[in-house]
Design a protein around this ligand. Sequence first.
Ligand code: CA
Ligand code: CA
Ligand code: CA
Ligand code: CA
Length: 417
Amino acid sequence: MGRIRGNYLICSLVVLFLVVSQAVAQEKPVYGFPEAFPEVHAFFDWQGKDFQEEGYAEGRADFTIWNLYLMFNSAIRENVNTVIELEAGQRDFYKYLNFVQTKIDWKLNRYANLAIGKFFVPFGPGAEVNYYAPFRKLISRPYIYSLREQLPREEDLNRPKYWNLFPLTLPANNWRDVGVGFKGEVPVKEKMKVKYDLALVNGLKQETDCFHCHAHRHENMTAVPAPEDSCLLCHAPHHRQENWDNNSDKTIAGRVGFSPKEGIELGLSYATGKYDKEEKYGINLLGIDGQINIGKLSILGEYASRKVEADKGTLATGTSTGEKGSFTLEGYYIRAAYRIIEGWKHLDYLDAVVRYDAIDPNTDKDDDLDRNRITVGLALSPYKHMLFKVEYQMVREPNAATEKENDGYMLSLSAAF
Ligand SMILES: [Ca+2]
Ligand SMILES: [Ca+2]
Ligand SMILES: [Ca+2]
Ligand SMILES: [Ca+2]
């Protein structure tokens, strides 16, 4: 009896399977095709930090999932690759899901590739700047890319006018935008080559055009910000103009790199565009970067400056005079890493790292936002695609009346697959 019932069940399942598979086979896919072989990749970064009272996160010891990136890519044909990359996370009280890249990479010939869609705007040394975790030897990013993020956030902090007007870091880290890109490598002789990466994109915009900023600043979406309260550039990834434009002006950005031989590269980056609705005020970014890898030693350095035009009166006192003025941010870092151990059974590598970095958010003002810092750290990878990091930051304010207590530790574990 039991066997008959069992057979009956199996027969029923087989019939059901045939019916269902027939139904599936008849259904045409809405998009995609079976030969696409999409790849899925991801990385995430766990962080722990503990700073002194006047440091990062107001000195609060904290564990965070700092990054989650998801990438899907597939070759449509041999020379055409499609990429979709998403970033998810939470900072303070807000959660976000951004599309980081959405593009078609189209290889035209040996020396030229076209990118159309949303991509990282070419400026500076690339992946080590754009991605937070797996490509960087230290946990923290250099000040030119992260000063604002690391400053205390108390509301009653006495902020200088230009901080209210402008972000204190370059938009060039993690800077992605919609447009058209053109890049490639041209061999000069033997191992010598020239790399170019150029783009035409929407460009940065006034932060007051961004509803997020209204909401964050006033905790009320409908409130109109007072002029002295308006940041002129959309800066943080969640604030920044990414998928649309506030004016017709397009930003030109690019980097040209020269590599005399394997492991050595020098780069020059530049970006220019108008950021306001009226296309009155411009922003210019200039960067120089260099990298040397000799044996176990790797050295990376970068200098960057940003000149922002704005109303002279608004910059000085908060009241518009109609006269054009500007201010300049500049900063640099040099980072050296030495590979102490490599290729052990349970230790893929161990690097010792040291970095000196400095930033001057406004070269016309001497205040305690002028910063420099020495960071020492270790990067330990037990196995490939898994990286532990630890670092200690010693932070100095050369122009502050009193030295701030803002040194601290950071820990991180990142994994990629
Ligand atoms: Ca603490
Ligand atoms: Ca624009
Ligand atoms: Ca200064
Ligand atoms: Ca200090």
